[in-house]
Design a protein around this ligand. Sequence first.
Ligand code: BTN
Length: 262
Amino acid sequence: MTREDKLTSRDITRDLDTDFFAQTVLCYDSIDSTNDKAFRLAEQGAKEGTCVLAEHQKKGKGRLGRSWISPRGRGILLSMILRPEIAPAEVARVTLVTAVSLVKTARGFLRKRLGIKWPNDIVFQDQKVGGILTEMSAEPDRVHFVVVGVGINVNADPAALPPGALSLGQVAGKEVSRLDFTRAFLETWEKDYRRFKKGRFAELAAEWEEFSATSGRRVSAILSHRKIQGQATGIDEDGALWIRKDNGLQERVLAGDIEHLR
Ligand code: BTN
């Protein structure tokens, strides 16, 4: 990686078309986890829209206690502090909005049909190019802040990634500019987040369905000690996935992981 390839706060923010996203951007060479850093900053009162990025994470975190592996300088590792006025039960919606913005940006950039695997993996032909980890500080009926962590494989060699993972560069057939992608994503994301704040979540959920690589697929899901299989029929207003089992009964899966079958 040359110096010019490094993501810097100056390059990201120069003429960026946002009002409150990325007004403050902190870029680190190496850090434990951008989510942890953003969380600490939010606790200290950092404003909504503050972003933390890193070229490398020593303890990158994924969902469900997994780790997030990203070779140095080859991905986008970004955490955003948001302060939505919502209840903890609605936080999944913020993640869903982020997935919509991310896939929209990727489709616009690459002109390829990337999709969302429930709940919020960005995939191309069932291979994962990005993921989102949302963490929050809240009291029972009020969120103090959320940290939305986005990890995208951009130019990593697939051999350096976990099995089943892919980079945007492989999808495009050429290197993809991390800077241009980050900037485009931040602009799209702020617009979508504003719609969310204005109560237009239903529209964003409809976009999620449009981009869904899961709806209509045969899937399996593990629900507290039980495995179910069936056809994914769509998501509801909480971002929960509905699965029609082979016996015709519907099950609602609010959190966890699924597998696409066939
Ligand atoms: C997942 O698919 O499991 C979610 C992955 C989220 C990874 C990102 S990378 C930037 C941010 N910092 C972290 O430690 N994790 C998220």
